[in-house]
Design a protein around this ligand. Structure first.
Ligand SMILES: [Zn+2]
Length: 219
């Protein structure tokens, strides 16, 4: 049996230890990072505690701009994710665009995703769920339930997790913000954003590329 995960007080004291060790190992890094950020990657991942993006990629502070939600969904109706996208695309039409423009959006699902499992279960029960359930979580995973019905509810959980990754990559690639990024970067001869779909294997700690959408050459 492994020990219990740390509580809030323990996390605070671990942070103290981490900060002093990090300053020792990388002198000047943190004060310099306080001056601004220029991440090249936007990460859209699941909220699951077992998929901490910076830990599993050995990333440093400033490396990854992050949005995580239940089931790593890129909902066009979710102002929270859309704001993150607008900000990190440094869209010229946005009044609050960042001073950096990410070159990669990685959308990361994972084996054993509870959100996708629940979506598949609910789809299999074939209950007609109203679009306006009283439960936010049901409303939130409704697109996953619909996806399961669309691809067929006999699909395996692992395959539906992959389908969900592909679907989110597709949604982001077709979004107005990404389409405009591709136009602008072509005009300005800058690096266009590429959207990657990855699957994280909890049991091995490895990320597996599933799909990728880059700016079409003819654009
Ligand atoms: Zn998950």
């Amino acid at each position: 049996m492994s020990a219990l995960p740390p509580d809030a007080a323990t996390l605070l004291s671990q942070n103290k230890d981490w900060a002093s060790k990090f300053q020792e190992d990388h002198p000047g890094f943190l004060p310099e990072s306080a001056d601004g950020q220029r991440p090249r990657t936007l990460w859209l991942g699941c909220s699951d505690s077992r998929v901490p993006e910076s830990v599993i990629t050995a990333a440093f502070p400033g490396d990854i701009f992050v949005h995580r939600n239940i089931g790593n969904q890129a909902s066009p109706n979710d102002d929270s994710f859309q704001s993150v996208l607008e900000f990190t695309m440094s869209d010229p039409n946005s009044p609050v665009a960042a001073s950096f423009r990410v070159e990669h959006i990685v959308i990361v699902g994972h084996i054993g995703c509870g959100a996708v499992e629940a979506g598949l279960d609910l789809a299999q029960w074939d209950t007609d769920l109203p679009d306006k359930s009283e439960f936010p979580l049901i409303r939130w995973i409704l697109p996953i339930i619909k996806l399961a019905k669309e691809v067929g509810t006999s699909i395996s959980l692992d395959d539906l997790i992959k389908e969900n990754i592909r679907r989110q990559v597709d949604i982001v690639a077709k979004s107005t913000l990404v389409q405009r990024n591709w136009e602008i970067t072509k005009e300005e001869q800058e690096t266009p954003v590429t959207i990657h779909g990855w699957l994280y294997h909890l049991g091995t700690g490895l990320l597996e590329p599933i799909c990728e959408v880059a700016r079409p050459d003819e654009k």
